[in-house]
Write a protein that binds this ligand. Structure first.
Ligand code: SF4
Ligand code: SF4
Length: 146
């Protein structure tokens, strides 16, 4: 059995403009950022906990241009706020990447996320895409079916 499309499982669309990063600094912690010489799951040297970027006005363009899926896509409802979900998602070409907060390694198995991620994988597969999850050093392809 295939999981229903994400659109049918998605929360009611919310106004993207009202979504702000606030105290979330996941994208300054979780990704590997070569241009900043920052390995995955380490804090960027310019990031101050609860405050954010100390070089905000001169931050690199890759930081300026980045928004996670919760900030950029209405399909992802309020439950996908990264600190709440324990993970951040973004897309590059056919790949949807899920970076899990290493202090909450079980986040992928919690609901509604486990079901939604399978639906997301099913949606992606229909157009040749896929969903990859990173939890610390462990990398897994999210399956469309349980
Ligand atoms: S992960 Fe998303 S919400 Fe969190 S700081 Fe980055 S863009 Fe903002
Ligand atoms: S330069 Fe600033 S915005 Fe970019 S990763 Fe570092 S703290 Fe975050």
């Amino acid at each position: 059995m295939t999981a229903p499309p994400l659109t049918r499982l998605a929360s009611v669309a919310t106004d993207l403009a009202s979504r702000q990063c606030g105290t979330c600094t996941f994208c300054c912690h979780l990704p590997d950022i070569e241009a900043l010489d920052k390995p995955a799951n380490t804090v960027c040297r310019h990031c101050v906990e609860e405050k954010g970027c100390t070089i905000y006005d001169s931050r690199p363009s890759l930081c300026r241009d980045f928004l996670c899926l919760w900030r950029s896509c209405e399909e992802f409802g309020p439950e996908w706020q990264p600190q709440q979900a324990g993970m951040m998602l973004y897309r590059q070409g056919p790949q949807t990447t899920v970076l899990v907060d290493p202090t909450r390694p079980d986040a992928l198995s919690h609901e509604p996320y486990a079901t939604r991620l399978r639906a997301l994988a099913a949606d992606a597969e229909r157009t040749g895409g896929y969903v990859i999850a990173f939890v610390g050093d462990t990398v897994t392809k999210v399956n469309a079916v349980p």
